[in-house]
Design a protein around this ligand. Structure first.
Ligand code: PLP
Length: 433
């Protein structure tokens, strides 16, 4: 009983008890029988539901590595330690210890991330959507931004490039066609009112077949500044921290390569392929980054010290060439044989369970259509019972999926330290009616 009540403030417990008693009273006055044990059980169920709804850890058995609904990237230990260290006391967040005067919160993670991708300067904001909005409203309000028709995409969560453009006060000029846009199309659209040319990573959307888009060097030499919204932001397309470039990365571009190709600014997410905390990063030319940092809007989207401390640790990991240790890269590159061995061990502990071949994905709107071979433990419960079995797993804060009448737990996204918990939850799910 005490354990079941753990973790909720007294007021919420009292609310749950009161609601259960009110229900029983209504039953009694309607002449229905009231069982005192059932009233206690109903109160307990309400407490469980309230506790379950609190923000907390879950086990991600979906095989989607950067799962936006599940908090995107798990952070590495040193990022958590850095956040705890900075937040448990005061810090030099906006203070220059060398000169004893006010400093900038962009001097830390922003500068390190710029180093890590070969940019002159860097700036961190809350998330990438804020980065894009900020760049457009500061550099292009009341002026024109030229974008290919093939890149007027919705990233997800209602983030639509044309809407963001309207919100920023910039005027969108579309060029080319949905499937083909050439340098010449951009060139013809340029006028004195053109503030910049925008290239948007189509993210969760991929076009194949009769397609063409202008190369970045082509766009960078048009005249106006070139801004690239890289979104999922692979810092370096050559993934030097892995020692090789895995095939499933496809032709995913790198922030470093966009800058090398002549982009003035590149924006990307801190928590997608970077594998850090939620953040938006703007890197590029010093004068332009400084202009963005000085703008009054900067304050509205500035990141907190917890995020900055964690991001600084992640930036150092990339600078040190140790990024393969980051949880998203560890999960993405875990050897298939290791995952199969874990799946076999789990299947042996759960009556009726089997090992299944699966396809994990990076997720977070990255690399659509690209998958990483993976292994799962699958529990064949039949289509009729799959929903109840998944609900039973969710009661233990495990999120899995159903396929072909089985509950499928992909092990690429499950930390091995959670395997015991997964086995126990699967044993329980196997007996759900
Ligand atoms: C994900 C993404 C965004 C939004 O980034 P958030 O960090 O989720 O705000 C914007 N543009 C592109 C291309 C993206 O992939």
């Amino acid at each position: 009983m005490v354990a079941a009540l753990d973790g909720l403030p007294h007021r919420l417990l009292a609310d749950a008890a009161r609601a259960a008693v009110d229900e029983a009273r209504a039953d009694a006055s309607a002449g229905r029988p009231v069982d005192p044990d059932a009233v206690v059980a109903a109160a307990r169920a309400r407490v469980d539901a309230a506790r379950h709804a609190l923000l907390g850890r879950v086990v991600n058995a979906t095989g989607v590595i950067v799962h936006t609904n599940l908090g995107r990237s798990p952070l590495p230990g040193d990022a958590l330690a850095a956040a705890a260290e900075v937040a448990s006391g005061y810090s030099n967040l906006e203070y220059r210890l060398d000169e004893g005067r006010r400093g900038s919160r962009h001097d830390h993670a922003g500068a390190l991330l710029a180093r890590a991708c070969g940019a002159e300067a860097g700036l961190v904001v809350n998330h990438n959507a804020a980065a894009v909005l900020r760049v457009l409203s500061v550099l292009a309000r009341g002026r024109v931004v030229v974008v290919s028709r093939g890149e007027l995409v919705e990233i997800g969560g209602g983030f639509r490039i044309p809407d963001v453009m309207a919100e920023s006060g910039a005027r969108l000029v579309e060029v080319g066609t949905t499937n083909r846009t050439r340098r010449y199309d951009y060139e013809h659209a340029l006028t004195a009112a053109t503030a910049l040319v925008l290239r948007v990573h189509p993210s969760n959307y991929r076009m194949v077949g009769f397609v063409e888009s202008a190369s970045l060097p082509d766009l960078a030499t048009l005249g106006p500044p070139l801004v690239v919204d890289a979104g999922s932001g692979l810092l370096d397309a050559d993934t030097p921290w892995l020692g090789h470039r895995p095939g499933w990365l496809g032709d995913e571009p790198g922030v470093r390569q966009c800058l090398d190709a002549g982009a003035t600014l590149v924006t990307f997410s801190g928590d997608k392929l970077l594998g850090g905390p939620q953040a938006g990063v703007i890197v590029g030319r010093t004068d332009v980054v400084a202009r963005l940092a000085r703008h009054p809007l900067a304050r509205a989207v500035r990141p907190g010290k917890l995020s900055l401390a964690a991001l600084q640790a992640v930036a150092n990991t990339y600078l040190d060439g140790r990024a393969a240790e980051l949880p998203i890269w560890r999960m993405a590159t875990a050897p298939l044989d290791d995952l199969r061995a874990r799946a076999e061990a789990l299947a042996a502990r759960v009556p009726g369970a089997k090992v299944a071949d699966t396809e994990a994905v990076i997720g977070g709107g990255s690399l659509p259509g690209r998958t990483i071979p993976s292994a799962a433990v699958a529990l064949p419960v039949g289509d009729a019972r799959a929903g109840a079995a998944l609900a039973s797993l969710r009661a233990g804060r495990i999120v899995a999926r159903a396929a072909g009448g089985s509950v499928v737990c992909d092990l690429r996204t499950v930390d091995p330290s959670d395997d015991d918990r997964l086995a126990e939850a699967l044993v329980a799910a196997a007996t759900v009616p």
